[in-house]
Design a protein around this ligand. Structure first.
Ligand code: NAP
Length: 513
């Protein structure tokens, strides 16, 4: 295997301020099949080094685990050109053949699930059980869209003229630029790329600086599956180079479409860049999910839902509940059982330890943000029921706050960390007003046993996704996407492929009746 470093066998004393359970482990080894640890860019079917490299760090220890080619605008342009060239042949490949190739890619992901999960754990800090879950989820988009590839139906529409036929034909849009975040290093790529390739588009992927290894491992498996050169390209780069690489990917006239997952702030920057050449755009942006528990709710069901929805990936998912609105009659018992569930189920540690449920946050800045929200809330009268402390490195204690009000920072912005703030409310109207008082709307959750109330609340929630008595929602069969400033378009489901298709109207005239 080409370049450098990678190694992956590190011994490190533990993070001493963490739990004794964590302190007894001393060794973290990223032990992965060598061919899956790729560190160069993948463009036009070739692994190529850039002039410089950037380090990939294990966020749990701060140790360097690999050095990856730091691509710049020239490499990005080469990737766009390669994707454009490949588009002309890929769009001619039959849907059935594209389907078979996607399915082979899926099979390879399943075969290498454990190694792919380890890469996620070491580059993002995600606990290994969750990382395995992400690989299953990630692969499921290849499976789903391998099937959807064969169902891109057009329409024949009744014509108002006897001498004409109206045909609506769906065609791939062209080259898609795909820009993804670190919190789902694998699934955010396949959720886009599988739909794009199924439709007949080709792609250039720019993964997050923190997590390029999962993206490059996907490229290796795409290559092994027989996806032709130029169809799936990956240009990793450092945060320093990101703006210039992003500029190429969002402005090059050969790019027809951008698909982005990340923060709302970055999404707006990319949309502005894409405007000049009027590219199609899909945006999966930030959330600020309300989690509403009504008096009629099954409290244990609500606690289970809250544990999954809040603490998955240490609170670092866009659909993680951010504001817990709990009705007065059930408030105290919910808070009490929530605290007990946190004591019983949450264990901090290195993600490779199978007992760990809470890894580090992605970096110290992320942990500082959570700590700042906690101190802001406490200063304004919130009470710490569990946790509250900033730990070594980027670890953060899972924290439960009550007596939270809507004046506090944690109820006004996305936390992206393990903070569970509880706001007490009295009426359904009051809860809905708080829930909808946000300029974003990705996911929302409602726990109630009152069917009429469930319908009222689910319809009134200004979000693209609603969990009813359920905290974990994502699946390739359903749509994923938000309203307001949470984004544009939908991923997954039968609608996901539409984001990569244009509809051409063919008027077939001059027919003799
Ligand atoms: P981010 O800062 O917006 O970064 C996301 C991606 O955009 C990274 O690859 C980043 O590269 C890149 N990027 C940043 N500036 C760019 C530019 N000028 N040109 C091109 N690319 C640029 O987001 P994040 O902090 O990593 O991720 C967390 C956010 O993502 C949260 O708000 C979360 O809610 C959201 N998210 C949304 C979904 C969803 O489906 N709606 C899913 C997951 C996450 P670098 O890594 O080099 O900075």
């Amino acid at each position: 295997m080409s370049s450098l470093c990678v190694l992956l066998r590190k011994t490190r004393p533990l993070l001493h301020s963490l739990s004794p359970a964590m302190q007894k482990h001393h060794q973290y080894t990223l032990d992965v099949t060598a061919s899956l640890v790729r560190t160069q860019s993948f463009v036009d079917g070739q692994w190529t080094s850039a002039a410089s490299v950037f380090p990939v760090l294990d966020p749990a220890t701060g140790e360097e685990i690999a050095r990856v080619s730091d691509c710049g605008p020239a490499e990005a342009k080469r990737a766009v050109d390669a994707a454009y060239k490949a588009f002309h042949s890929w769009k001619q490949v039959t849907a059935k053949e594209r389907s078979v190739l996607l399915r082979k890619w899926f099979d390879l992901m399943v075969l290498h699930r454990e190694d792919l999960a380890k890469l996620i754990t070491f580059e993002s800090g995600k606990p290994i059980q969750e990382a395995r879950g992400e690989i299953t989820y990630s692969a499921s988009f290849l499976d789903w869209f391998s099937e959807e590839a064969r169902r891109v139906y057009g329409d024949i529409v009744p014509s108002p003229h006897r001498d004409r036929k109206i045909l609506l034909l769906k065609q791939p849009v062209g080259v898609a630029s795909i820009i993804t975040p670190w919190n789902f290093p694998s699934a955010m790529i396949t959720r886009k790329a599988a739909a794009a390739l199924a439709a007949g588009c080709t792609v250039v992927v720019k993964p997050a600086e923190d997590t390029p290894l999962s993206a490059l491992a996907l490229a290796e498996l795409a290559d092994q599956a027989g996806i032709p050169a130029g169809v799936f390209n990956v240009v990793p780069c450092s945060r320093e180079k990101t703006p210039s690489v992003g500029h190429v990917l969002c402005t090059d006239p050969l790019v027809a479409k951008i698909s982005f997952t990340g923060s709302t702030a970055t999404g707006k920057v990319l949309l502005r860049m894409a405007a000049d050449t009027v590219k199609k755009a899909s945006m999966e942006l930030g959330g600020h999910a309300p989690f509403m528990v009504f008096d009629s709710a099954d409290v244990d069901q609500a606690v289970t839902g809250a544990m999954g929805s809040k603490f998955r990936n240490s609170g670092q998912t866009c659909v993680c509940s951010n504001r817990f609105l709990v009705q007065s009659g059930i408030h105290d018992v919910f808070v009490e059982r929530m605290g007990r569930a946190m004591d019983a189920e949450l264990r901090l540690g290195h993600g490779s330890d199978p007992n760990t449920t809470q890894g580090p946050l992605i970096n110290a800045r992320a942990a500082d943000k959570v700590a700042h929200q906690i101190s802001d809330a406490v200063t304004q009268g919130a009470r710490v029921v569990r946790g509250g402390k900033r730990l070594e490195g980027s670890f953060m204690e899972p924290t439960l706050l009550c007596d939270v009000t809507t004046d506090m920072l944690c109820t006004q912005e996305e936390t992206f960390g393990p903070l569970l703030p509880v706001i007490r409310f009295n009426t359904e109207e009051e809860a809905l007003a708080i829930a909808n008082a946000s300029n974003v709307g990705l996911a929302g959750y409602c726990f109630s046993q009152d069917v009429s109330q469930i319908w009222r609340v689910a319809e009134a929630l200004e979000t693209g996704i609603v969990g009813i008595n359920e905290g974990l929602l994502s699946t390739p069969e359903a749509t994923f996407g938000g309203v307001k400033q949470s984004g544009l378009g939908r991923e997954g489901s039968k609608y996901g492929i539409e984001e990569y298709l244009d509809v051409k109207y063919m008027c077939f005239g001059g027919l003799k009746p």
